[in-house]
Design a protein around this ligand. Structure first.
Ligand SMILES: [Zn+2]
Length: 257
């Protein structure tokens, strides 16, 4: 079995990986931020890693070392949460793509575990890389790639450390989940403000909550938004499997392009 993680390869193996994968590489990106009392700080990155790893095993496409940090200014009232400035994230992703493009990688599939908060910066990095480096960049976000299956599974709306993330973690990284710590908090819907990618209707665009608003959840739910107590490992398995299949589909399309 060929190694899938770039950091585990020798440079010769990396060279072989370029031709084996026809120049495609996966890049998991996440965040280090509070995920309630039941999930670890690295949840978003772990989930991106899990998807990348399983799709890589099925396709032989390598995975670049994960970018653990994301843009998390709204979670800074919770110890361990670490935010990097958007310009740092843009430059970091750009430099990684730029380096790997010199060795023949030409198609980059970014797997974003941090949902809407990372997306604008990844879009800027992707556009810049395509324009300056002549590569192709694809942005794979679980929240947008699961709209149908999430409906079928009956998951509630996208929140934070919610039943979607918790079910996914229960399936893929159960050793990091402490369901006894899970506390639900379902906020009242705000008029004309829908953040969930499944939502329909007129809406203002996403702006992160203030650090004070998120801090108030410490006493309410430990920082979670949604219904993590309704999480279920079997639903998490179906959700994960759906996403891995979609990711494999994307990889195959890029290979054939
Ligand atoms: Zn998360």
């Amino acid at each position: 079995m060929d190694r899938i993680w770039l950091q585990d390869m020798t440079w010769q193996e990396a060279e072989e990986a370029v031709s084996r994968s026809r120049g495609i590489i996966l890049l998991p990106v996440g965040s280090v931020e509070q995920h309630g009392l039941h999930l670890p700080l690295g949840t978003d990155t772990y989930l991106a890693i899990g998807l990348a790893e399983d799709a890589a095993e099925r396709t032989g496409v390598p995975v670049a070392p994960p970018i653990w940090y994301g843009w998390s200014p709204h979670h800074m009232a919770y110890p361990g949460s670490t935010t990097i400035r958007p310009e740092v994230l843009i430059e970091l992703v750009y430099d990684v793509i730029s380096s790997l493009s010199r060795h023949g990688f030409k198609s980059f599939i970014i797997i974003n575990g941090h949902r809407i908060a990372n997306i604008p910066w990844l879009q800027v990095a992707a556009e810049r890389a395509q324009r300056r480096l002549g590569v192709r960049v694809y942005l794979f976000d679980p929240a947008y790639m699961s709209r149908e299956v999430v409906e079928e599974l009956g998951f509630g709306p996208v929140g934070h450390a919610d039943e979607i993330e918790t079910s996914h973690m229960l399936y893929r990284f159960p050793e990091f989940v402490d369901l006894e710590g899970a506390r639900d908090y379902v906020p009242e819907a705000k008029p004309l403000y829908i953040v969930d990618p499944r939502g329909v209707g007129d809406t203002l665009c996403y702006v992160p909550s203030t650090v004070e608003d998120v801090a108030r959840l410490r006493e309410v739910s430990g920082g979670a938004v949604g219904r993590p107590t309704a999480s279920d490992g079997e639903a998490g398995r179906r959700y994960h499997e759906h996403l891995v299949q979609r990711l494999v589909e994307v990889i195959k399309r890029v290979m054939e392009a």
